[in-house]
Design a protein around this ligand. Structure first.
Ligand SMILES: Cc1cc2nc3c(=O)[nH]c(=O)nc-3n(C[C@H](O)[C@H](O)[C@H](O)COP(=O)(O)OP(=O)(O)OC[C@H]3O[C@@H](n4cnc5c(N)ncnc54)[C@H](O)[C@@H]3O)c2cc1C
Length: 433
């Protein structure tokens, strides 16, 4: 059965969320607009407003809905989560207000999946309660997205591991209570067994932030950078700070990245819808050369293209969510990769059109579009570049095919025509076909 309807009970929750996000979360984006603000637990002004909002979300039973019931979530599954994340995607602050902000969601998931009871008590619970934030420290300056090139090394020394090396773009390290660090434990092992994962508390000696790198929306002169370039300078952690087993780093990382990517895609639907809403309002409001922008064919095409592409993307994201919920583990991987590729493209294209329809106003800091547009560039890079995911989708697709048995493709018409003529030889002869 194919069914695109939403349960009436659940729709009520979505309606409550939509109003709450519009009235309570979107204004926070204006008051605390810096990328690091939702993660800065020392920002007393933001926390004063945030805490009561988080409590209201908890009272509604909508806190941390990506989690199963055993961890205090609702266990809604990915399809319902997809519908919820579309609403949260409208606002930068909303995921923090609802306890579903990355990278803490992914870090909580791997702590829940691979952590010991002691690790869960010390790190997972305060993370789930929204009292602390965390960092995922994987990418290296010389290696980018390829773990096979990682050199940051962890060496066993008695009851400890000593980490030496550099990491790049470790988002929110400056606010994090702990960092989850991927390091090489056996350089001679097979590619996917060279690495292990470690929990490094922020106060550990040797953990040196070289600088907090600023993206194009952050001002380095005001020290607004949120992506840390880190030197792990002989950082020593007890052996029980390994997350998962020796050589399981790649497996642990994969467990968190899939969910993270599809949640970004779900939120992208919401942000694109908001940009489309803005485009439509402007088209109906602005007059030039004696008519509304809405009367211009080019503007109608911008709106139509955006609506059609968004509808297609939304169906892909919700189908991916359905595959995660209903198909064997791993089946969703290629669907998640398709979402990852497409979200960067659709986000770029729709926001670009929204800026174009707003004219000069669209390029200014008086509308949110410039901020969204610049932030969108990272969608094609964070969690792996578009090209890498396209390679994966292409290879996975080819697995369902084999080479043609002969010189010509199996769709080659002459032999197929000959075969069908032979099959119906009597009809061919009777009617002189
Ligand atoms: C906003 C943001 C937040 C991030 N947060 C984190 C974080 O918290 N923790 C963390 O560890 N990392 C984080 N990253 C880093 C992210 O994982 C990397 O940017 C990503 O893996 C790509 O690495 P790179 O930027 O070094 O690009 P490179 O690996 O150098 O790739 C550069 C370009 O080369 C091309 N390319 C690369 N590989 C291939 C290939 N196989 N086939 C074809 N072309 C290819 C692509 O055009 C690609 O864009 C973040 C990145 C961004 C932008």
């Amino acid at each position: 059965m194919w069914d695109f309807s939403t349960d009436a009970d659940f729709q009520e929750k979505l309606d409550w969320m939509a109003t709450f996000v519009r009235e309570e979360c979107e204004p926070l984006d204006l008051l605390f607009g810096h990328a690091g603000d939702p993660y800065d637990v020392d920002n007393q002004a933001a926390r004063k407003i945030l805490k009561p909002l988080q409590e209201r979300v908890q009272e509604e039973g909508l806190w941390a809905c990506h989690l199963g019931p055993e961890l205090g979530g609702q266990g809604y599954g990915q399809v319902k989560l997809g519908l919820m994340n579309e609403i949260l995607g409208r606002s930068y602050w909303a995921p923090t207000v609802f306890g579903t902000a990355a990278p803490d969601t992914g870090n909580a998931e791997i702590l829940a999946m691979f952590g010991t009871q002691e690790q869960k008590d010390r790190y997972l619970q305060p993370l789930l309660d929204g009292d602390i934030v965390s960092c995922f420290s994987m990418t290296e300056p010389q290696a980018g997205s390829d773990p096979k090139e990682f050199t940051c090394r962890a060496t066993k020394d008695g009851d400890s591991w000593v980490i030496e090396g550099e990491k790049w773009f470790s988002s929110n390290a400056r606010y994090a209570e702990f960092l989850i660090v991927m390091a090489v434990t056996d350089p001679t092992a097979r590619a996917h067994q060279r690495l292990s994962m470690f929990i490094v508390p922020k106060e550990t000696p040797g953990l040196k932030i070289v600088r907090n790198v600023a993206t194009m929306l952050e001002r380095p002169e005001l020290d607004e950078g949120t992506h840390a370039y880190i030197h792990y300078d002989q950082v020593r952690v007890p052996a029980d700070h390994m997350l998962g087993g020796v050589g399981e780093g790649f497996t642990v990382a994969q467990a968190r990245l899939g969910g993270g990517r599809v949640h970004h895609a779900m939120r992208t639907v919401g942000k694109c819808q908001r940009a489309l809403d803005m485009m439509c309002e402007r088209a109906l409001s602005r007059r030039t050369q004696g008519e509304l922008l809405a009367d211009k064919q080019a503007v109608l095409h911008y709106i139509a293209d955006s609506r059609i592409e968004l509808e297609q993307f939304r169906l892909l994201v919700l189908k991916t969510a359905w595959v995660i919920d209903n198909q064997p583990h791993g089946t969703a991987r290629e669907y998640i990769a398709m979402c990852k590729v497409q979200m960067a493209k659709i986000y770029h294209d729709i926001i670009q059109r929204a800026i174009q329809v707003h004219g000069s106003l669209g390029t200014t800091t008086e509308l949110p579009l410039y901020d969204w547009w610049a932030g969108g560039l990272s969608l094609a890079l964070a969690d792996g570049p578009t090209e890498v995911h396209k390679n994966g989708v292409g290879k996975q697709t080819l697995k369902g095919y084999t080479a043609a048995p002969g010189l010509f493709p199996t769709e080659h018409i002459p032999p197929r025509l000959e075969a069908v003529r032979a099959k119906y030889a009597d009809v061919v002869e009777e009617f002189a076909l």
